[in-house]
Write a protein that binds this ligand. Structure first.
Ligand code: SAM
Length: 292
């Protein structure tokens, strides 16, 4: 019986035996705190019914804990050097499949359809590579698959942006886009000392669950996302300035912008960061109606 993969002693032994040095460029920081791993699995409320997608299994520390708790785990790892390591460390488990692909290029709906029974809950659980946290989160929330939960570790500072309220410093387009579709919860904060090698910043576990209580939904999700990004393009400028950046500055367009803002009862002089998610949705929908 080996100690668990993520125990500091076993992790160090694996790194030594395979002559691995963690690749900074791929965001490789391995979790070596079994208490933290246990709390991640608990935050995701994983049961033997659940199917799980993991991003970046590394040497398999989190994957092992997921395999014990879940029905089946599919893990995407970009680094081919880790494949023989994972083959060995995860050999005792028959409910794991490793796919050697860049998660940003993978055809998730196709793989999910082939690998998982669609009647079971589907969750994403991962200690994300930090250099691509935002694109991964955007793909997961805006893709065609709706997950029962997305429980992911990221830089604490990014977690605070996802979870921010209007008129606070971290509030921006990412907060609005993520919160429009999801309930966001920071499950807990993880100190840098929980990793080998230690990252420069503290981390946090964020839990996203799909919102069922949306009062108004965007008519067009893609258009909503680019509208919100456009509204925040120049953070220190007013909504009025940003909307001209999005739609244009001709007299007709300016008149149309004024008309929409009056209809949704929003003052053109406010700054984008003072608006709520619901206000962004009503604005986007009013512009959409005007154009069509
Ligand atoms: N799950 C392990 C743990 O918790 O100890 C390792 C997490 S480490 C922060 C991030 C992992 O993501 C690394 O194994 C890295 O090679 C992998 N990775 C980086 N970019 C990736 C990508 N585009 N697609 C899939 N995996 C990626």
């Amino acid at each position: 019986e080996y100690p668990q993969i993520a125990s500091p002693i076993r992790t160090q032994a694996i790194l030594n035996r395979y002559h691995l040095s963690a690749k900074k460029s791929l965001g490789q920081n391995f979790l070596t705190d079994l208490g933290v791993l246990d709390n991640i699995v608990k935050a995701a409320e994983i049961t033997k019914e659940d199917n799980v997608i993991e991003i970046g299994p590394g040497i398999g520390g989190l994957t092992e804990q997921l395999a014990k708790a879940a029905n089946k785990v599919i893990a995407f790892e970009i680094d081919a050097n880790l494949l023989p390591v994972l083959d060995e460390t995860l050999a005792p488990y028959d409910n794991i499949k490793i796919i050697n692909q860049d998660i940003l290029k993978a055809n998730l709906p196709k793989i999910i359809g082939e690998e998982f029974d669609s009647s079971k809950p589907l969750k994403v659980v991962a200690n994300l590579p930090y250099y691509i946290t935002t694109p991964i989160v955007m793909d997961l929330i805006a893709g065609e698959t709706v997950f029962n939960a997305i429980v992911v570790m990221m830089q604490k500072e990014v977690a605070e942006r996802l979870n921010a309220n209007p008129s606070t410093k971290p509030y921006g387009s990412l907060s609005v886009i993520v919160q429009e579709l999801n309930h966001v919860e920071i499950s807990f904060v993880v100190p840098k000392t929980a990793f080998i090698p230690q990252p420069k910043v503290d981390s946090a576990i964020v839990k996203l669950t799909p919102r069922a209580d949306n009062p108004v939904k965007p008519f067009d999700q893609k258009a909503f996302i680019s509208f919100v990004r456009g509204c925040f393009m120049h953070q220190r400028k007013t909504l009025w300035n940003n909307l001209q950046g999005v739609f244009g500055k001709t007299p007709e367009i300016k008149a149309a912008i004024k008309e929409v803002l009056a209809a949704v009862d929003i003052d053109a002089g406010v700054r984008p960061e003072s608006l709520t998610v619901a206000q962004f949705v009503s604005m986007a929908n009013a512009f959409h109606t005007l154009k069509n």
